[in-house]
Design a binder for this molecule. Structure first.
Ligand SMILES: [Zn+2]
Length: 139
């Protein structure tokens, strides 16, 4: 069944017990699709109201109080298994990070030392003169 798109918002308002305009009332008298849509929307609104009433009236479970108290009495959260596991994992990650950073710094120092040695060898080569060259210029 098709609902006329033009009337959809007003149909929703009507389903939520807002008064219908004269134009909508006239349309509903002639359009089976919109009349059916209004009936469906009203049914959904009624179901929603019933569900909300059920939620509001519902009591908490009878053992909620004892479960909360047992949780409180089981001791501080600091010494739970989950806390210990989390702490161990954070410690392992921290140690791994320190090892990696240390390794990277050493690798960086070695790389720098090698590039310095290469540069000084290059500098030494740039001053090199062939023996014949030296003999020609000295005279
Ligand atoms: Zn219609």
């Amino acid at each position: 069944m098709m609902t006329c798109a033009r009337w959809l918002e007003e149909l929703i308002d009507r389903a939520l017990d807002r008064p219908a305009s004269a134009a909508l009332s006239a349309h509903l008298a002639t359009c089976a699709g919109c009349a059916a849509a209004l009936a469906d929307l009203r049914a959904r609104a009624d179901q929603l109201d019933a569900d909300v009433r059920t939620l509001v009236v519902r009591e908490p479970s009878s053992n909620l109080r004892s479960r909360v108290l047992a949780g409180i009495e089981s001791g501080p959260v600091l010494f739970t298994w989950a806390w210990r596991t989390r702490t161990a994992m954070v410690g392992a990650v921290l140690i791994a990070s320190i090892v990696l950073v240390t390794y990277d710094v050493d690798a960086l120092k070695n790389e720098r030392a090698q590039s310095t040695a290469t540069a000084s060898a290059g500098a030494a080569l740039s001053h090199w003169r062939a023996p014949t060259d030296a003999l020609l210029h000295d005279k």
